[in-house]
Structures are given as structure tokens and as C-alpha cells.
Design a protein around this ligand. Structure first.
Ligand SMILES: Cc1cc2nc3c(=O)[nH]c(=O)nc-3n(C[C@H](O)[C@H](O)[C@H](O)COP(=O)(O)O)c2cc1C
Length: 458
């Protein structure tokens, strides 16, 4: 807090400017380190509005936690830790006649020395400090009428239950929901998700959690790095070198040797639309389509397609979204590749979102500039989980691997270059496309372009 009323938040060497405020608001903001009741800035006065604006800005950067404490002794009962930037605590209204149950995606676990309630659907996690609340959560593995629940569990605080319901840790049941353990949770697209798959998807991408992502070397001080090549088994060695053919090396073998990642691109000579068309035609185009009758008694007819790369179960659940940043005749923007008709379809997105996508890729590659085309590989999750239980998400990631190698080899063959990117922000993609994160979302990225020629050595 500066004397001129400006406030900035500093964390891990970064500083975030939060704006200019009156002396009274700066004074009030000082209380945020120990806690400021939400009600204290809910009013319409100038001071309340200023504090509200500041707090919203802090929340937007994920810098606030929300404490729920015991009115008796001020001890923390629960602390809410936001996982998405938009999270703001809201209490869903609950009446004593309502019936609620724990979401099948919610789970309690130990994190360091705390018990946390998490869910891939929730925008926040709840740190549980009172064991009685954990007991109430356990009771909520079966549908409970609020009036009944409160009779048996004093800790069933309506404020907390309302917060849990709002964040989708709990679901409210209607009379027609039968035993209440329905798998759709009010959203038909969730039927197709196994618990572990949705947790894996949201925790191994960016956008819906606040854990470290990527090369953070978290275990560097604890465990030495493993060697690049596995130490050999002690058994008898059969030297394969003497069996290798000495004849000419095939074009394909050369391509495999030549392939390497290219992270810096020649901005003066961007990839052309014709090259992009050829790249997509070679790697991802639908080659044929057909239908197959029921796989099992009473099952429906299923449509299939053939494409240049292999795909688990022939599902071809992967879709390509191209962020075009610098490509000859093609306007900057986001496009979907319609693999069936070999066409690009423009998607309306904001320039800032496109920039955020490009900057994240540049950062992930430690590159000197943006890629010319950034391909986001998204999955239509239901296409594969409709058939496969337990292995659906892992099959998707294996398919991504196939496609990425196909991209690398095709780019090399065409004299272009590219680089796989291990992270992607599922929240940003959802905002850019309007697609819900559990319906169709990113599972891989590939930066494509014409590689920059190395500077001639003097
Ligand atoms: C799944 C996958 C994810 C990758 N993620 C990144 C990444 O985020 N940033 C990056 O600079 N390189 C990334 N790479 C590229 C690897 O660093 C690169 O393939 C590896 O160092 C071998 O080098 P080469 O591709 O030039 O042979 C990724 C590669 C793969 C296959």
C-alpha cells in the first residue's frame, strides 16, 4: 500500500497492480490479512463499493481465501480455497424440506496435515478443520433431507451446506430422482465420465486448479534424477548391431532421424494456407466413413471414420482447433478443422483470449516469439467413454501421442517445423469456444510453422 492510495499485491517475485483507493479503503484493506467479513462491504456506500472492487480484483487473481468460523470461539471450521479465477462464495438457498447428497465426483483426502474436500466440478476446494463436518459429509453419501440431517448432526450448518451446493460438491435431489444416486447430476454429459478420469483431466491440465504445473522440479531436493538410459539387466546380452542391414536407409527412417522440435519460427516467411491445407490433409483428414450395426443385443448403429493416424477403438475423438497467428493469406483467429469436409471454420473469439493462448504456448516452449499456427487438440470425451470404462481418458492421451508424432513427421517431410506442448488451459479454451470443459476440451497442443534458419556462423 502506497501513500498515494495505490495498492499492489506481491507474490513470488511478481507484482499485480490493484488500483488507486481512498485512504479509508486502504485502511480497511489492511484488515484483509486477518479477515474482513463479507457483510462489511456489502453496502452501497462509497467505502463499501471501493473495498468490494478491491476484493473482487484480488479474487479475480485467486488471492483470497474464505473462512467460515465458529461463532462461539472464532475457530476455523472450513476455509474455502478458490481453484478458478471466477470463484466467489455464494450460498445456494436451502430449505428444511430439501434433499441433498454428495456429488459422486467429490472426495476427501489428506493434503499435508489438512483434510481437503475437492471435486473436479467445483471452482474451489474446502479445507475441513472440524471432524464433525467430515462426519456430516460421510453421512451425505446417502441422500438426506435437511431437516433430518440437522436433527442428527449439529455441524450441518446451513451456510456451509449452501456453499457446498453452490460449488457442486453437493447436489439437490427432486422427488423424481429415485434413490438420488443418479450419475448425471443434472447434466447429461456427466453420465459418460468415470470419477478418476474427470479428476485426471482437470488436475493434469491448467485452468481448474492452483497446484504447480509443468517443470517445477518439486522433488529435486528429495530424490536424485533418474539416468537418461535405464541401467541394463544383468542377463546375457545379444548385440543387435551385427544384425543391422548395411543397405540404404529408407526415406521414412531418414525422416525419423531428421525430426526434431522447432520452437522458433521465421516470421518473415510464415506457413502458407496451401501448406496448412496439405498438412491437415496428410495428418488428420477423414478418408472414409461408414456405419456398423449393433455391437451388442439392442445396441444402436454406430458411425465410424478412417483417418491417417491410428485411434483407440477407431473412435477418432480428437478435434483440431487452430489458433492462426501468422499464416500467409489466412486471417488471425481461431478456426475449427472440419476433418469430414476438409475445411476451416472460423470461431469468434476475443483478441485478448487469442493472445493469452499464444503467450502461454510461447512461455511453455521458452520461445523467442509466438508460433505461426498453434494447434489445440481437443477431445470429444463422450465419443470414447460411451464404450470404454476406466481406460477412456488414458486412451485419449495415447491417441494424442499418435497424432503428435504424425504432426512432427509430416512437418519434417514438408520442410516445416513444430513442437509438442505439454500443458493446455482447459478453462481458457472453454471461454474461447463456449464448450463446457467436460464435453469437449483440450488434451494436447502442437506449435507449427516454418522454422527460423540458424544465423550463419561468422
Ligand atoms: C508430449 C510432449 C510434450 C512436450 N511438451 C513440451 C513443452 O511444453 N515445451 C517444449 O518446449 N517442448 C515440449 N516437448 C518437446 C520435447 O521437449 C522434445 O520432443 C524432446 O526434448 C526431444 O527433442 P526433439 O523433439 O527435438 O527430438 C514435448 C514433447 C512431447 C512428446
Amino acid at each position: 500500500m502506497q501513500a498515494d492510495g495505490s495498492i499492489a499485491a506481491g507474490l513470488g517475485g511478481y507484482s499485480i497492480n490493484l488500483g488507486q483507493f481512498s485512504a479509508a479503503a486502504v485502511d480497511r484493506a489492511g484488515h484483509l490479512t486477518s479477515g474482513l467479513p463479507l457483510a462489511s462491504f456489502a453496502g452501497k456506500g462509497v467505502l463499501a463499493r471501493q473495498v468490494h472492487a478491491l476484493v473482487r480484483r484480488l479474487a479475480g487473481h485467486g488471492l483470497l481465501e474464505y473462512r467460515l468460523c465458529s461463532p462461539r470461539d472464532e475457530q476455523d471450521l472450513v476455509v474455502i480455497e478458490p481453484q478458478v479465477a471466477e470463484y466467489w462464495p455464494q450460498r445456494a438457498k436451502l430449505g428444511s424440506g430439501d434433499t441433498i447428497v454428495l456429488s459422486r465426483f467429490a472426495y476427501l483426502r489428506r493434503r499435508d496435515s489438512e483434510m481437503v474436500l475437492e471435486s473436479p466440478r467445483a471452482g474451489a476446494l474446502f479445507r475441513i478443520f472440524d471432524p464433525a463436518i467430515a462426519a456430516t459429509l460421510a453421512a451425505l453419501s446417502r441422500p438426506q433431507k435437511i431437516s433430518e440431517l440437522r436433527r442428527h448432526a449439529a455441524s450441518a450448518n446451513l451456510d456451509l451446506l449452501g456453499l457446498l451446493l453452490d460449488s457442486k460438491m453437493l447436489i439437490r435431489l427432486n422427488a423424481k430422482d429415485g434413490d438420488g444416486l443418479r450419475v448425471n447430476e443434472g447434466d447429461g454429459n456427466l453420465v459418460l465420465w468415470d470419477f478418476h478420469d474427470l479428476v485426471f483431466h482437470t488436475r493434469s491440465t491448467e485452468g481448474r486448479h492452483t497446484n504447480p504445473v509443468g517443470g517445477a522440479f518439486t522433488h529435486a531436493g528429495v530424490v536424485p534424477p533418474l539416468p537418461a538410459v535405464r541401467p541394463p539387466w544383468p542377463g546375457k546380452k545379444i548385440d543387435l548391431g551385427k544384425f543391422s542391414t548395411s543397405g540404404s536407409v529408407s526415406h521414412f527412417a531418414k525422416l525419423l532421424r531428421e525430426r526434431h522440435s522447432i520452437r522458433d519460427f521465421d516470421d518473415q516467411h510464415p506457413v502458407t494456407l496451401a501448406e496448412l491445407a496439405q498438412f491437415l490433409d496428410t495428418t488428420a483428414r477423414v478418408l472414409s466413413e461408414w456405419k456398423i450395426g449393433a455391437d451388442f443385443d439392442g445396441g444402436p448403429e454406430v458411425t465410424y471414420s478412417a483417418r491417417p493416424y491410428p485411434s483407440a477403438g477407431g473412435a477418432y475423438e480428437l478435434e483440431l482447433y487452430l489458433a492462426v497467428l501468422n499464416c500467409g493469406e489466412l486471417a488471425r483467429g481461431l478456426y475449427h478443422y472440419d476433418a469430414g469436409s476438409h475445411a476451416l471454420v472460423a470461431i469468434d473469439t476475443s483478441a485478448q483470449q487469442l493472445q493469452a493462448l499464444s503467450t502461454a504456448a510461447e512461455f511453455a516452449m521458452d520461445a523467442s516469439g509466438p508460433p505461426q499456427v498453434l494447434i489445440t487438440i481437443a477431445a470429444r470425451f463422450g465419443r470414447i467413454s460411451w464404450k470404454y470404462s476406466s481406460i477412456a481418458y488414458s486412451l485419449i492421451l495415447k491417441d494424442v501421442g499418435n497424432l503428435i508424432q504424425t504432426f512432427y513427421l509430416t512437418a519434417t517431410d514438408m520442410g516445416l517445423g513444430g513442437c509438442a506442448i505439454g500443458t493446455c488451459n482447459i478453462d481458457l479454451f472453454a471461454k474461447m469456444t463456449g464448450l463446457e470443459f467436460h464435453v469437449e476440451g483440450p488434451v494436447g497442443q502442437f506449435a507449427l510453422g516454418r522454422g527460423r534458419k540458424p544465423a550463419p556462423s561468422s
